[in-house]
Write a protein that binds this ligand. Structure first.
Ligand code: NAG
Ligand code: NAG
Ligand code: NAG
Length: 359
């Protein structure tokens, strides 16, 4: 056991040396990739939780190599695709099952239904809030430190990783806009609520910085008022987006972008970028081949998730949405590709992910 560790340690150190001299090809652009978020990034962390926000059943994963995994889409998620673009040969494992040396390359802590606020998503059942995801990251760090045997080497390693954080939609969808379950809409105006969320988010990001994170991609919220779930909610007949939800998101996103400026000023040893999800999917999606914008590809139940084992649409490249909340893989691919390499002036701020990892 100890012997094995030492051999591995040797291999890792050797990689590092070769890497600096530029001899090794096929190494990822960062040695490690850590992911914090919700169902848009979850890759199986909810599978063993008592919650209705889990999808480790067919037809989820119909276009994924290993079938249903807990990913809330038909194929790869955005972070799966970003990991590929960064040059990782293997998928980043979910915290729930990650072990051994895999964790040196990163861990995915994302959990469907979760939000910045701890209570967000409890209408669906158990979930791993951003706060708990950070506690899980501390567990990973102590494992990494044990493996690398030296605090300074572990810290140096953690400094080089990319930290992707995409969270906040559920603080609206499964909190503020569910007044029957949560009091937040009676306590706060949308402006105040965005402020409360961003303040808490800011504290969590500073804690993550304290834990050695230096390269942050903060992902803004998508237009939650245009999901099939929103379109058909409250007796609406699916013809137009729910403006109140979209403007809520816009307030949050504007504040998140300001937070990026603030953190870049205050934490000069770190770099933060903002990923503008709205911009990534702007442009002519019709000419990109999409035809269906207002309903998901699979037949859904009351909760907006696919009904188990029902046959989904055949032509998944024509659909924006997979179920009533989550985009299809082709949409994830566009968003991930443009967040990695920006193709419009608003896509990322101030630089894209490919620029961030080079710093
Ligand atoms: C329902 O859709 C029709 C057009 O198809 C529109 O004229 C009508 O205002 C809509 N009703 C509601 C409640 O949104
Ligand atoms: C995001 O991009 C859109 C353009 O698609 C722009 O109108 C909006 O201001 C941007 N949001 C932020 C917070 O920069
Ligand atoms: C794609 O699927 C939808 C819904 O099943 C259907 O209405 C449409 O005709 C299909 N398009 C093609 C080209 O098969």
């Amino acid at each position: 056991m100890a012997c094995k560790t030492i051999i591995w340690l040797g291999v890792i150190v050797l990689w590092g040396v070769l890497d600096k001299q530029g001899f090794v090809h096929g190494e990822p652009q960062v040695p490690c990739f850590f992911i914090f978020g919700d169902s848009l990034s979850d890759n199986g962390n909810n599978n063993n939780l008592l919650t209705s926000a889990k999808v480790n059943y067919q037809p989820y994963g119909i276009d994924f190599l290993t079938g249903p995994t807990g990913r809330f889409t038909n194929g790869r998620t955005g972070v799966d695709i970003i990991a590929e673009l960064l040059g990782f040969n293997n998928l980043i494992p979910p915290f729930a099952t990650a072990d051994g040396l895999d964790i040196l390359k990163g861990v995915n802590y994302a959990s469907g239904g979760s939000g910045i606020r701890d209570e967000t998503g409890q209408n669906l059942g158990a979930h791993i809030s951003l706060g708990l995801q950070l506690i899980h990251h501390k567990v990973t760090i102590s494992r990494i430190t044990k493996t690398l045997r030296r605090n300074d080497i572990a810290e140096e390693h953690l400094n080089k990783c990319l930290y992707y954080v995409g969270i906040g939609s559920n603080d609206y969808v499964n909190n503020y806009f569910m007044p029957q379950f949560y009091p937040t809409s009676r306590l706060f105006s949308l402006q105040q609520y965005a402020g409360v969320l961003i303040d808490q988010y800011s504290l969590k990001l500073r804690a993550l910085h304290q834990l050695g994170a230096r390269k942050f991609a903060l992902v803004g919220l998508g237009l939650i008022g245009c999901t099939p779930n929103a379109l058909f909610s409250n007796g609406r007949n699916g013809t137009s987006c729910v403006e109140e939800m979209n403007s809520a998101v816009q307030i949050f996103n504007d504040k998140l972008k300001s937070l990026v400026d603030q953190l870049n000023n205050e934490l000069s040893d770190a770099k933060f970028i903002y990923v503008n999800t709205t911009a990534l999917l702007s442009g002519d999606l019709t000419s990109a081949g999409f035809k269906v914008f207002n309903v998901g590809c699979c037949p859904v139940g009351k909760n907006g998730l696919c009904i188990p084992s029902q046959t989904p649409c055949q032509n998944r490249t024509e659909y924006i949405f997979w179920d009533s909340f989550h985009p299809t893989e082709p949409v994830n691919k566009i968003a991930a590709t443009r967040s990695y390499k920006a193709s419009g002036p608003f896509d990322t701020y101030p630089i894209d992910i490919s620029g961030l990892v080079q710093q």
